[in-house]
Design a protein around this ligand. Sequence first.
Ligand code: SF4
Length: 402
Amino acid sequence: MTAHARLSPSGCDRWSTCTASVALIDKLRGDGEIVDRDASEWSAEGTVAHEVREMCLAFGLDPQSFVGATISADGFTYVVDDEMAGHLQPGIDWVREHTSNPHVEIKVDLTPWLPDQFGTCDTGWLSIDIIELDTLYISDLKYGAGVSVDAIGNKQLRLYGLGMWHFLGRPRVERIVLNIDQPRAGGMKYWDITLDELLAFGEEMKAVYAKIVAGDVEFKPSHKACRWCEVRQAPGGCAPRDRWLMEMAADACPTFKLPGYEGQNLVGARRWLVVQNASDIRARLAELHEESLLAALNGKPDPGSKAVEGDLGDRRFKDTKKAEALLTAALGDKAYKPRELIGIGEIERLVKPGRKKAGHPDTWADLQKILDRPPGKPKLVPEDHQRPALVRWEDDFDDLDP
Ligand code: SF4
């Protein structure tokens, strides 16, 4: 492995389990089969949010000071608005409850555990307690709204914790508080661990590193490992992952025979694994469908297939203004759908007062009195999820005759 292997904290879920991915990515990059992905508008928005948060924490400002400011990132231009300021404020307030002098956007050296590797830690600080031992805090902003990131069990945070502890001179600390600040997906999330637990994780990472360097590696697909893996994007995708997904698909659909695969009974842990990965299986099948269609359209259909013209699409008016005039003349108000209230998110944006936005304070206060949220439906999650387990015992005696 080169000294520049990408054992980055953000990729830890991948390389620490699917250890064979490291050399494969290096090879595919060398062969030009993997190229850096262009930044998207959404990733640029996240970069801007990080910049605003960094400046607030470094210079004692509030995000509202940046509302209206134009910031460029990754080739995109973004105007900071009330919504972003509102999202960033609670996390900044929480940091300030504990320290007035956090280390912000610090490049932390992971060499003691992963030689030549580094990471950039959003925020970290040591909280000195005269009576008790000190606490090390790590806070990481995730501005994405699509995928909720847990703090509990988070390897990226633990690597930042190790790096920050090393950066601060390896102080004696009682506890380490790891925080994910994800304002648009779950809010503030925390995980408390001891220094011993953090250092034990560091030893695990050392062992992983040793195996990668020695070439003692394996492909180990999983949702977390594969989610952002570049091998998936390379031509042909990732064969070990495809095999893993298709074996689960074969278990779920016994008429689907996979050569060389005997199948497993869908009970217990196997059933949970298939349920947990159902969306990945569906997504991969959809990708394959698109690839197969494209091949056919390009004149190289997969044997046994061909592309044909699809069914006609939904009817629509070529001239909507003319259609509206004709319909209102004939039907009056009945030409229109019933009016509908805007959604709660839009109401919040337009009605809730902000520091630089008058809004409608009385209306907003009255709306709070009638705002309700129905309880959520039971859902399946991994057993280490922070919410307590929900069990609805069935009354076995209900069905018995008196
Ligand atoms: S896609 Fe998954 S299985 Fe394949 S190399 Fe990447 S992490 Fe490993």
